[in-house]
Write a protein that binds this ligand. Structure first.
Ligand code: ADP
Ligand code: MG
Length: 620
């Protein structure tokens, strides 16, 4: 069309499209899930706006918040249409081509190494997956505040936009028309599309219809010769029970033929999973719900989930998940990112997935949703964000989240290696499936638990229970504070630990000599964050933490202590005076050593050597 305006794709987007077009990725099905997800997002947006402005939905068909799929076998067109918010001309230009999302280059990079397109939705570029199956795509869109436009592209680096003067008016919303490639013929089969919707879009909260063909029997007047045949057969079959019914013969002669008609067939059940009774939802359903919620279609099972209803002053339902993997950038942007991964609904209406008030930062790795009946529906997001109920919701969510994480450990047989603890635990068959799960969880999200101990004073003890580490007695495995305490020697008051860069280095430390010889257990903390952690974690179950490289280590009373101190008084005095005071604070007789003649220890409130190292590496 010569009235069309031409645009070039932003460079990264263009590269992404090239990769998709030339991809050998075999699971091309994913495009449908992405389009339906976009349609659902657009419907969520218009529904949200309609809460404060009823007029916005319009009337008639425009009020139907639904998704429609239609096939044109002859023209080889598959179209997906929604009555969502739609896109203005400017939206089309920006959203579909000229403004690259922050995830674009990250995804391009990932594609080049793994070739796995499955996670495209997580990177915010799902739309472009249409080019897995189509070589030409039209996006027709009508937003309340603009005319109807057509966006079109053959993925050749450019797209065009025209005011739509030839298609039927949409009223409002978006229709995506895929002109399917030769090899993508399977997407013209209704049965294929139905299967895909069932498989991938089960948890979409808007009805999804397909324009489905149906074979129906219709009675039509029979031709002369054919009717005689029919009569014969009907006679022979009824002859056995000769009724002599005259009426039948007087009926007009007709025959039945098959005819194809079309009607909208509903493909999903829109009852939200979180409204169902948890007892009636299967593990498989939760897993699938997680995949769709997190746009994580990696086939991995979440570590755990929690589905509950909170009652009282603030009522809400929630489903929380511990994902199977931490995203790569979870801790990179930790202090800047303030976004929780929970979706907030108010009375079934999606409000936002960018509410930072629902969970504390350290739990941002969780996925899930909250649906509240208490929050008001007809206020702006900003007002909601400040609503007093949010504090209560947050408190309950944290409690449930920590219980859920604790359960991973409680159900893991590898965590019961203490003879007195958990001896009575039910060794049922599925325990094997849970074996080793907590260590895996720790590997992915342990740092979040540590950050929690630092940030969340209220739940510090609960979080400390989840802490795992190696020690001089853990035998290469992870152990917990409870297990440490159960192994403490009689008379031992403190929990001993040592910090450093790795276990091998710590094992050789002279600070350990005496403790080892006397059979005390010492915890190894080797993560840089551990230094900070131990500034917040002062005690656990009435036991103090003692850094064994610091001043003040007491290993029980030794009667010779005083004697030794006296007899070496002159030496320590001389030693201290011959060293400059900015180098050492004091020189003392120690009982922590065995073979090594002397060590330099840190003063009680000073930075440990490891902390010095961390601070140095940070300022460099
Ligand atoms: P994401 O959905 O993660 O934002 P996509 O690549 O799937 O990324 O979509 C890009 C953008 O295009 C969306 O954010 C949205 O603004 C717009 N868009 C796509 N499909 C629709 C639609 N059916 N209705 C309205 N806007 C849409
Ligand atoms: Mg999308």
């Amino acid at each position: 069309r010569n009235t069309a305006e031409k645009f070039e794709f932003q460079a990264e987007v263009s590269r992404l499209m090239d990769i998709i077009i030339n991809s050998l990725y075999s699971n091309k099905d994913i495009f449908l899930r992405e389009l339906i997800s976009n349609a659902s997002d657009a419907l969520d947006k218009i529904r949200f706006l309609s809460l404060t402005d009823k007029e916005i939905l319009g009337e008639g068909d425009n009020t139907k918040l639904e998704i429609q799929i239609k096939l044109d076998k002859e023209k080889r067109i598959l179209s997906i249409r929604d009555r969502g918010i739609g896109m203005t001309k400017e939206d089309l230009i920006k959203n579909l081509g000229t403004i690259a999302k922050s995830g674009t280059s990250a995804f391009v990079e990932k594609m080049q190494t793994s070739g796995d397109l499955n996670l495209i939705g997580q990177f915010g570029v799902g739309f472009y997956s249409v080019y897995l199956v189509a070589d030409y795509v039209e996006v027709i869109s009508k937003h309340n505040e603009d005319k109807q436009y057509v966006w079109e592209s053959k993925a050749d680096g450019a797209f065009a936009i025209s005011e739509d003067t030839w298609n039927e008016p949409l009223g409002r919303g978006t229709e995506i028309r895929l002109h399917l490639r030769d090899e993508a013929g399977e997407y013209l089969e209704e049965s294929k599309l139905k299967e895909l919707v069932k498989r991938y879009s089960e948890f979409i909260n808007f009805p999804i219809y397909i324009w489905a063909s149906k074979e129906v029997d219709v009675e039509v007047p029979a031709d002369e010769d054919e009717s005689s045949e029919e009569e014969e057969s009907s006679e022979s079959s009824s002859s056995e029970e000769e009724t002599g019914d005259e009426d039948e013969e007087k009926k007009p002669k007709t025959k039945t033929i098959k005819e194809t008609t079309y009607e909208w067939e509903l493909l999903n059940d829109v009852k939200a999973i979180w409204l169902r009774n948890p007892k009636e939802v299967t593990d498989e359903e939760y897993t699938k719900f997680y995949h769709s919620l997190a746009k994580d279609f990696s086939d991995e099972k979440p570590f755990s989930w929690s589905h509950f209803t909170a009652e009282g002053d603030v009522e809400f339902k929630a489903v929380l998940f511990v994902p199977p993997k931490a995203p790569q950038d979870l801790y990179e942007s930790y202090y800047n990112a303030n976004k929780s991964n929970l979706k907030l609904y108010v009375r079934r209406v999606f409000i936002s997935d960018e509410f930072d008030e629902l969970l504390p930062k350290y739990l941002n790795f969780l996925k899930g949703l909250v649906d509240s009946d208490t929050l008001p529906l007809n206020v702006s997001r900003e007002m909601l964000q400040q609503h007093s109920s949010l504090k209560t919701i947050k408190k309950k969510l944290i409690r449930k989240a920590l219980d859920m994480i604790r359960r991973i450990a409680d159900e893991d047989p590898d965590e019961f290696n203490d003879k007195d603890k958990k001896a009575d635990v039910d060794k049922s068959t599925d325990n094997d499936e849970k074996r080793g799960q907590f260590a895996k969880f720790w590997n992915e999200f342990g740092k979040s638990i540590k950050l929690g101990i630092i940030e969340d004073a209220t739940n510090r003890n609960r979080l400390a229970k989840l802490l795992r580490f190696e020690s001089t007695k853990s035998d290469g495995k992870l152990t917990s504070l409870d297990q440490y305490i159960s192994r403490m020697k009689s008379g031992q008051k403190d929990i001993f630990y040592l910090t450093g860069t790795n276990k091998e280095q710590l094992e050789k430390s002279p600070f350990l000599e005496r403790l080892k010889k006397k059979n005390y257990e010492v915890i190894f903390f080797t993560d840089p964050v551990d230094e900070y952690l131990m500034q917040y974690l002062m005690d656990y179950e009435d036991k103090k933490f003692q850094n064994v490289s610091k001043e003040g280590l007491k290993l029980g009373k030794d009667s010779k202590d005083k004697e030794l101190k006296e007899s070496f008084k002159e030496l320590t005095k001389w030693w201290k005076s011959s060293l400059a005071s900015e180098n050492v604070d004091d020189v003392k007789i120690s009982n922590r050593l065995d073979n090594t003649p002397c060590v330099v220890v840190t003063s009680k409130y000073g930075w440990s050597a490891n902390m010095e190292r961390i601070m140095q590496s940070q300022t460099l």
